[in-house]
Design a binder for this molecule. Sequence first.
Ligand code: ZN
Ligand code: ZN
Length: 415
Amino acid sequence: MQLPLPEKKKCLLILADGAGDRPIKELRNKTPFQLSRKPHIDRLSALGEDGIMDSIAPGIRPGSDTSHLQLFGYDPHQYYTGRGPIEALGVGIDVQDGDIAFRCNFATLKDGKVVDRRAGRISEGTAELAKELNTIKITSVPGVQVIFKESVGHRAVLVLRGHNLSPMTSDNDPHDDGLAPLRPMPLEHKEAAHRTSAALAEFIEKAHLLLRNHPINRQRKLPANYILARGAGKLVKPPSFESKYGFKGAIVAASGMIKGVGHMLEMDVIQPKGATAGYDSDLIAKADAALEALKSHEFVFLHVKMPDLAGHDGDPGKKIECIEKIDDMVGYLLKKLDMAKTVVVFTSDHSTPCSVRNHSGDPVPIVVATEGVRLDAVKHFDETSATRGALMRITGKDLFPIILDLMGREEKYGA
Ligand code: ZN
Ligand code: ZN
């Protein structure tokens, strides 16, 4: 007997941001994954190879941006110079090689001190304020252009465009309320660093003058009268996803940072109606968008932000709710996916333990499921069960080769 040649497969990678956790003393030393009712994610575990993954390396606490780059097979040490450029791409700025981008907050300055780093969590009128800031002309440094764009809530992005600029500049964010803002300083004795810190300092000063007198701020108890900038980064353009792998990739996401990673890799970025980066996101809308994208793309990435929020909020009950909501979405997807033609991966980009309220260096559980994959005995998707799986402990760097191999698209190494 001769078996037929296998068909090339597509891949759907589903990522529950920050869903990995640590045992919680108050909850019988169980993790949110262990405490949630998630029959569909568990079924994936039973259908696949399980393991744990350090998205960067053991013990390293990854950001969502660096971990996503690595999970897509791009070395963040090479392509990540700061969060600014990714945020800028995420809000739709056409960032160019050499641009310096900063993440910004609208903040409240009073008597020389930052009294609220989020300007009372301002949610309206920031587009108008941003429009005003785009009129700023930098005069102390020749040839520098300002591009400023509002993002979600109190967040915004600043891009400095011009020749001879550098991300080696400190910023003005004191990182706590009640402190005076800092003066941007060059971090090395090079002209580019001096030019950039001087341009940033001038922008911040002029922005304060414009914002202080803006009508929107006259009605606010906590006026958005000051810009805090941080995370300076210079865009280093990686090869596009399609040129690297020879097939098309799509990202279904609402989080600005993840969309920014998608734009950076020139993937198709899809945000369906109802999809948000909050607890209220319509996950079925996202699932439908992913299924639709699978018709025209070989690789589709489906991102869900909410478990990370619950981790940062230190709220395990909320995290369990998020996981169960994601499980409903996985059930909906499994009904419609053909496992003979699709590799389905479910994992996180990092752990955000509720007890830590931030990202930790703990590895995350992962399952890779498709028809014909070598099965193991793991039937539950959680941090402990996954350690008994066939994938064992991998790093983010290993993930894409494993996916490509199961898709039938990995090049042979040697003859
Ligand atoms: Zn994350
Ligand atoms: Zn996070």
